[in-house]
Design a protein around this ligand. Structure first.
Ligand code: NAP
Length: 252
């Protein structure tokens, strides 16, 4: 066991959707704890790369559009080629579509389910095949409050994030004996692009804020610590957990 339980020195982390928001904050926190970072996504992650390199770690970008899950094998092999390993996978990329359930379209259903759930599962499978052969690893899925609650006007998002919680437990059941820890972080309400519409809606913004015991929207950097914990030796006996980081939202 490492002298520092939380050190990620010598580890390689693959983070999806690391160009912005929560994925960027997680990538930077993992780098500050010692990990080299591969950022997989469809937009330039140059800003994240600058922060990772400033922390003294290696950084590569892997082009990937998770609207088509067939890219997952290439994403893993390009990470291995560029950084020589894959110890930590953070499945963060995700989208949301808002519409009354009476009007919700099949297109909005399929788009969200593919990025948030199908690609998450098959990327985890591709990573776990490598981790199994390598003797272990860590998989961290980004869930949601809607892994626990119903929400409104986001049926495919709720289905996908409830699915993420279920798949996290299933993968943990199958892979814990392979020394692969599969867990999830369920963020509360964080100020990112994903929640821009809610923050801009004065009524919803007031309703949400009034329910958060901490009294403010989460800042992306407030999520990094949970990711470092789950990626580290400190979490070696944590399997199948869905950990809320929500300013107390679920406690209310
Ligand atoms: P965000 O700023 O919108 O970031 C979403 C990330 O996913 C971006 O990097 C985005 O890339 C990437 N992405 C989306 N579709 C993709 C695709 N087809 N292929 C590759 N990458 C794709 O939102 P965020 O809040 O940071 O969200 C990150 C994760 O946290 C999501 O899974 C979200 O559901 C979850 N979450 C967020 C909150 C919150 O309050 N913010 C709460 C609970 C859960 P582009 O920039 O190229 O679009």
């Amino acid at each position: 066991m490492s002298q520092n339980l939380f050190s990620l020195e010598g580890k390689v982390a693959l983070v999806t959707g690391a160009n912005t928001g929560l994925g960027q904050a997680i990538a930077v926190a993992l780098a500050q704890a010692g990990a080299d970072i591969a950022a997989a996504g469809r937009s330039s992650a140059a800003e994240t790369g600058a922060q990772v390199r400033a922390a003294g770690r290696r950084f590569v970008e892997v082009t990937a559009d998770f609207a088509d899950a067939s890219c997952v094998g290439r994403v893993v092999s390009e990470t291995l080629d560029a950084l020589g390993g894959l110890d930590i996978l953070v499945n963060n990329a995700g989208i949301i579509r808002r519409e009354d359930s009476l009007n919700f379209t099949e297109e909005d259903w399929d788009a969200v389910m593919t990025v948030n759930l199908k690609s998450l599962f098959f990327l985890s499978q591709a990573a776990a095949r490598h981790m199994d052969a390598a003797g272990g690893g860590k998989i961290i899925n980004i869930a949601s409050m809607l892994s626990f609650q119903g929400g409104i006007r986001v049926p495919s998002y709720t289905a996908s994030k409830s699915g993420v919680a279920g798949l996290t437990k299933l993968m943990a059941n199958e892979w814990a004996q392979k020394k692969i820890n599969v867990n999830a972080i369920a963020p509360g309400y964080f100020a990112t692009n994903n929640t821009a519409a809610l923050q801009a809606d004065e009524k919803r913004n007031t309703e949400i804020l009034s329910r958060i015991p901490a009294g403010h929207w989460g800042r992306p950097d407030e999520l990094g610590g949970a990711a470092v914990f789950l990626a580290s030796e400190a979490a070696s006996y944590v399997h199948g957990a869905v950990i809320p980081v929500d300013g107390g939202w679920l406690a209310r």
